[in-house]
Design a protein around this ligand. Structure first.
Ligand code: GDD
Ligand code: MG
Length: 370
């Protein structure tokens, strides 16, 4: 089975995590995000994947290569300029089979895509959208169905007035089964949105929905959802290989870690980390390789990536710290803050309220205290 995965977006909502690193290869728990998608797809018989890239994917190629390590044939298609979600598909058309899967490259899920494929065959659809319920559909593509699951309406990012009177909370999961004929609806050579220009044209003309049963699904494209996806993996809510490696204790600590403080599971602690006396790490924490947590510091509900340093007595909660950032003694980072790569946060700073600090910034002692 073939799949094309769109990975050409700029990942702006995940900045500064994605300032220097494309969304597909930012680390989620302990590996590049896209590896979760590829392993999940392989489990459903996908052996041929085309990555549709909007710009030269050097870092993606370095991380994933030709896919051999994952048992998948991996090819890259690079658009001359970003073509949008449908334009990207059109640009890859010469490589596409008669029937294929198309996926947004930022979904963490364990949806039974084999069942979705079966539904597609049963209905004879031109396209079948994987669907999931969410509390607030306004950030997604809302889908209306009739009793046979034919799509009767598709509203991309509906505004409050469009939502009035609608009972459904089913949205497009960004997972589609498509027939090659869909490509005939996409004009060549320009930016085209599949959500705004193709789905509406297929309403009543062969577009079906397949609501997922008992599945986990999360678009990890914002800091909050990236953190939530991390916690869900750590708690075993997503059926991924990581849960098995964490084992029943929900704790994975690499061999060469020096722990003088405490680790409270669920947690993953990478190779070469050092947790000093009196420090608390967990619960719901990922420490990437080579992270240092100073004496008496508290790290909870947080992701601290490769080589970052947390100083003495710091509080680091509900936040993301990118590789090699330095949080000086006594600083506080919390409330959804995202600290970029190679940032230095001086002593006495209190960073909260979703603040984003861009790569390389040096915050002087006590510069920000709200
Ligand atoms: N190749 C290429 N070229 N890929 C692109 C481009 C482009 O021009 N633009 C976006 N992408 C990729 C992104 O990298 C991402 O993997 C995917 O297409 C979807 O883009 P997002 O920017 O993440 O869209 P969204 O999350 O706001 O909304 C989409 O996903 C929702 C589910 O998560 C829509 O498809 C919604 O309908 C859907 O509900
Ligand atoms: Mg998205």
């Amino acid at each position: 089975m073939q799949a094309v995965i769109l990975v050409g977006g700029e990942g702006t909502r995940l900045r500064p995590l994605t300032s220097r690193r494309p969304k597909p290869v930012i680390t989620l728990v302990d590996r590049p995000f896209l590896v979760y998608m590829l392993e999940w797809l392989r489990g459903h018989g996908v052996d041929d994947v085309i990555l549709s890239c909007g710009f030269e994917p050097t870092q993606v190629r370095e991380a994933l290569g030709d896919g051999a390590a994952l048992g998948i044939r991996l090819r890259y298609v690079v658009e001359p300029e970003p073509r949008g979600t449908a334009g990207a598909l059109k640009y890859a058309q010469d490589l596409l089979d008669e029937r294929f899967l198309m996926l947004n490259g930022d979904v963490l899920c364990d949806i039974d895509v084999s069942a979705q494929l079966r539904r597609h065959e049963e209905t004879g659809a031109v396209g079948t959208l994987g669907l999931v319920p969410v509390d607030d559909p306004s950030a997604y593509g809302l889908v209306l169905l009739d009793e046979d699951h034919a799509v009767t309406g598709f509203l991309e990012k509906p505004g409050p007035e469009e939502l009035v009177g609608l009972q459904t909370t089913l949205i497009s999961a960004g997972i589609y089964v498509l027939e090659h004929a869909v490509l005939d609806l996409i004009p060549e050579g320009r930016n085209v949105s599949i959500e705004r220009e193709v789905w509406p044209r297929l309403v009543g003309a062969g577009l079906f929905g397949a609501p997922a049963q008992d599945a986990y699904w999360m678009d990890i494209g914002t800091p909050d959802r990236y953190l939530q996806g991390t916690f869900d993996i750590l708690e075993g809510n997503v059926r991924t290989g990581v849960a098995e490696r964490l084992g029943p204790g929900f704790l994975a600590v690499a061999d060469d870690v020096r722990v003088d403080g405490r680790i409270i599971p669920p947690a993953v602690v990478g190779a070469g980390c050092r947790i000093d006396a009196g420090a608390h790490v967990g619960s719901l924490v990922v420490l990437g390789p080579g992270v240092t947590v100073g004496r008496g510091a508290r790290v909870e509900r947080a992701v601290v990536l490769d080589g970052a340093t947390i100083g003495v007595g710091c509080e680091v909660t509900d936040c993301i710290i990118a590789p090699r950032a330095r949080i000086a003694d006594g600083a506080v980072v919390r409330g959804g803050a995202v600290i970029g790569e190679d940032v230095t946060v001086g002593s006495g700073n209190i960073l909260t309220a979703g603040i984003k600090v861009f790569p390389g910034t040096e915050l002087a002692d006590g510069a920000i205290t709200f």
